[in-house]
Design a protein around this ligand. Structure first.
Ligand SMILES: [Zn+2]
Length: 487
């Protein structure tokens, strides 16, 4: 597996062919695994994490264990919070891998079996952050294994609430975009443009809409596992007595403008790297909404024209190698990929964002795939908790662990209103598989400028699922199937 030239920030990483090892060894591996797989000295900056390195039930003097699964490009996190009395409190956040991953069913089954083994078949809380395949596919792909896992509570964003008017509006917009894309895919196939048809199909695959089970199906399976709660950032944080933590929901914002804002502002970008030239879903839909030039009664349907000798000769012909550029029927489809990207970002921005606050003030931040408007909205959040006021920026300032937004992409970690506020950050964790991202044409995932900034900000470093750390790092357990990060 070749290393990407784009990845320059290695502090303690070495790519050792994770995916191959995952398939070959993890099934047989016991839960307590390699602490120092490469036998090299650790290169750790400043303080390490908790000194406890034992796993498999016993968690002496730790306040949290975060397990980041290494299934491929996708999210699955298991957070274990020890209690003074009784079994630890478990939170499962998402469970999916990107469409097109090889042996996806086998991988996701391994992941879910591992969750079951680690939790003795029970989690207290599960979050399904948003409707994307790479966050939810496991519920479809490992249904049988999920039967061995009981779940008390399932939290989803208010955007899934059928009783919420704004949620229904957004759903309508997304549905309209999906339909347009389906039409585009079909038209491209008809016109013989297999490459672009495949590209559009691939983008629809995000939603599992290209055939087979959809993300909607996966979400329904997830929501069927426990007592459902639709979460809003204005909700009072949930306080657990044992473990001593508060759970805050930061996003998605219940605000018609911010929920639709997926991209950085052109003039003063809030993010890292160059501002992207893509557009928001509402912009793209406004453009592609244009009426057809002729009424239905005065036009010849595409499929009929194909069977008419005149058009076969003069439009598609005369011979099979007639140049495709002469035809105009796919001109309107140029915007299809733009639309698909905008649709993808719109869905990402509905991400449920969780902050776990400990009694000592430390915060673990799980940003799912939140985009610009979602992040911006945290700036205005505040909650009255006991005798103090806690704000969004407060929580960012106390963040010691950050689950990096949207696999390290360009518009899912803010600079000033985000990472630069995280002055206590120790570990940034990125669930990304760069090789897979490249196959999907997302060569900038993760974004090099963002990697650099994360690496600078995080006192211990950046940990990503497609790379093994070089040497042992106290507090981090490396297994081919997961990383355990112990605080
Ligand atoms: Zn994602």
């Amino acid at each position: 597996m070749s290393r990407s030239p784009e990845v320059r920030h290695k502090k303690f990483h070495k790519n050792t062919g994770t995916r191959k090892k995952l398939a070959a060894t993890s099934a047989a591996k016991p839960a307590a695994a390699v602490a120092n797989p490469l036998g090299r000295p650790a290169r750790i900056r400043r303080a390490a994490l908790a000194t406890a390195t034992t796993v498999g039930g016993g968690m002496p003097q730790t306040k949290a264990k975060i397990r980041m699964y290494r299934q491929g490009l996708g999210d699955c996190f298991l957070v274990t919070l020890p209690r003074k009395e009784g079994k630890p409190y478990r939170i499962l956040i998402d469970c999916g891998v990107i469409l097109g991953t090889s042996q996806a069913v086998m991988r996701m089954t391994q992941v879910v079996d591992s969750v079951v083994a680690e939790t003795n078949g029970h989690v207290d809380l599960m979050l399904a952050t948003h409707q994307h395949w790479d966050h939810l596919s496991g519920f479809v792909q490992a249904t049988e294994s999920f039967k061995n896992l009981s779940v008390d509570n399932v939290w989803v964003a208010w955007t899934e609430d059928p009783g919420d008017e704004l949620a229904n509006q957004l759903r309508g917009e997304r549905q309209q975009a999906v339909e347009t894309l389906r039409l585009a895919g079909a038209a491209l196939t008809l016109s013989g443009d297999a490459t672009n048809a495949e590209a559009v199909d691939g983008l629809l695959g995000f939603f599992g809409a290209a055939g087979g089970a959809s993300t909607e199906d996966a979400l329904r399976l997830a929501m069927g596992k426990g007592k459902v709660r639709y979460c809003r950032p204005t909700d009072q944080p949930i306080e657990l007595a044992d473990p001593e933590v508060r759970l805050y929901l930061l996003g998605p914002p219940h605000d018609p403008t911010l929920i639709r804002k997926t991209l950085p502002s052109a003039k003063a970008p809030e993010t890292y790297g160059l501002a992207a030239r893509t557009q928001s879903l509402s912009d793209v839909m406004a453009v592609s909404d244009a009426d057809a030039p002729f009424e239905a009664g005065r036009s010849i349907p595409f499929s009929s024209a194909q069977s008419m000798a005149f058009f076969r000769q003069r439009y598609w012909g005369p011979s099979a190698d007639a140049p495709a550029w002469r035809r105009i029927d796919t001109a309107w489809l140029d915007g299809a990929s733009e639309l698909a990207l905008a649709l993808d970002s719109a869905t990402n921005n509905t991400s449920l964002v969780l902050a776990i606050e400990f009694g000592d003030g430390d915060v673990l931040l799980f940003a799912a795939d939140a985009q610009v408007g979602n992040w911006l909205s945290w700036q205005g959040l505040s909650w009255q908790v006991k005798d103090k006021t806690v704000t969004g920026p407060d929580l960012l300032a106390r963040t010691v662990f950050y689950k990096v937004g949207h696999h390290g992409s360009h518009n899912a970690t803010l600079r000033q209103a985000g990472l630069e506020l995280m002055s206590k950050l120790k570990i940034a964790a990125i669930p990304v598989d760069h090789e897979m991202a490249k196959l999907k044409n997302w060569g900038n995932m993760p974004l090099p400028e963002l990697l650099e900034a994360l690496d600078k900000q995080a006192s211990i470093g950046v940990i990503r699922i497609d790379q093994d750390p070089v040497g042992a790092i106290p507090g981090i357990i490396v297994d081919p199937l997961y990383f355990d990060i112990i605080f």
